[in-house]
Design a protein around this ligand. Structure first.
Ligand code: PEP
Length: 259
């Protein structure tokens, strides 16, 4: 039994065109359907590229699938002269439930600052989307031993000004950058250490009740063979999966970590 509904989330990154996206979504849906997966017990979300969202929406609605989905980023603005950006309003209208905010690839490649990410987190809530806020340290910080302070600092800046209700709904993903796409996995105890620290920080900012509802995910080279041990940790409420979410069978095995 879980205090919070576990969330297994697949971040496709810039993979899968709109045709491939349909195949992957169908394979995943069929695999989980065959396994009689209980989506009320373990929630499953996919984060396809923007250009795939319409196709995924059509499948999910047409086939009555219980999968939920979200965008990999959103603008901090609602509409206007922001060429190339995508509004949270558009994502909400496409049936997105979630949106990733502050993935390390956005922070490093696109130079997104905590100030911007705070604005994006608020924009997500403004449009009725649940942000999946990604935080975590790089290798140098980990080696210096200041990873907890570093990650809590990101959290504090990114959630500044939220209400306790929003903090309760928020999902935070701890993703140590050195473990993303590298095959290097933080141990279950590292995931637990950080998730416990994140929950304590949320409690001091928003109160115990809100913090006990916030779902905290681990991300970084999660696969079927290591998911169950990570998910067994008390403060880890789910996983954010990159590479392994592109294989329907592998991702379905992560979703079915209890079996
Ligand atoms: C990610 O991009 O969020 C991620 C965790 O990637 P991977 O699982 O490939 O390490």
């Amino acid at each position: 039994t879980f205090d919070r509904t576990p969330l297994i989330a697949g971040n496709w990154k810039m993979n899968m065109d709109h045709v491939q996206a349909i195949t992957l979504t169908q394979k995943l849906a069929w695999t989980l359907d065959d396994a009689k997966h209980d989506f009320g017990r373990v929630e499953v979300a996919v984060f396809p590229p923007f250009t795939d969202l319409r196709g995924v929406q059509t499948l999910v609605a047409g086939d009555d699938l219980k999968l939920v989905y979200g965008g990999q980023d959103l603008s901090q603005f609602d509409s206007g002269a922001y060429t190339g950006d995508i509004s949270g309003a558009f994502l909400a209208k496409l049936g997105c439930r979630y949106v990733l905010v502050g993935h390390s690839e956005r922070r490093t490649i696109h130079g997104e600052t905590d100030e911007t990410l705070n604005a994006k987190t608020k924009a997500a809530f403004r449009h009725g989307l649940t942000p999946v806020l990604c935080v975590g340290e790089g290798l140098e910080v980990r080696q210096a031993g200041t990873h907890v302070e570093h990650t809590l600092g990101q959290l504090r800046s990114d959630v500044a000004g939220l209400t306790a209700e929003q903090a309760a709904e928020l999902v935070v993903a701890y993703e140590p950058v050195w473990a993303i796409g590298t095959g290097e996995v933080a141990g279950p105890e590292d995931a637990q250490e950080m998730c416990a620290a994140l929950r304590a920080e949320l409690a001091s900012l928003f109160g115990d009740e809100a913090a006990s509802a916030t779902r905290l995910l681990y991300g970084g080279s999660v696969k079927a063979s290591n998911a169950a041990a990570i998910l067994a940790e008390k403060d880890v409420d789910g996983v954010l999966v990159g590479g392994a979410s592109l294989d329907a069978g592998e991702f379905a095995s992560i979703v079915r970590f209890e079996s």
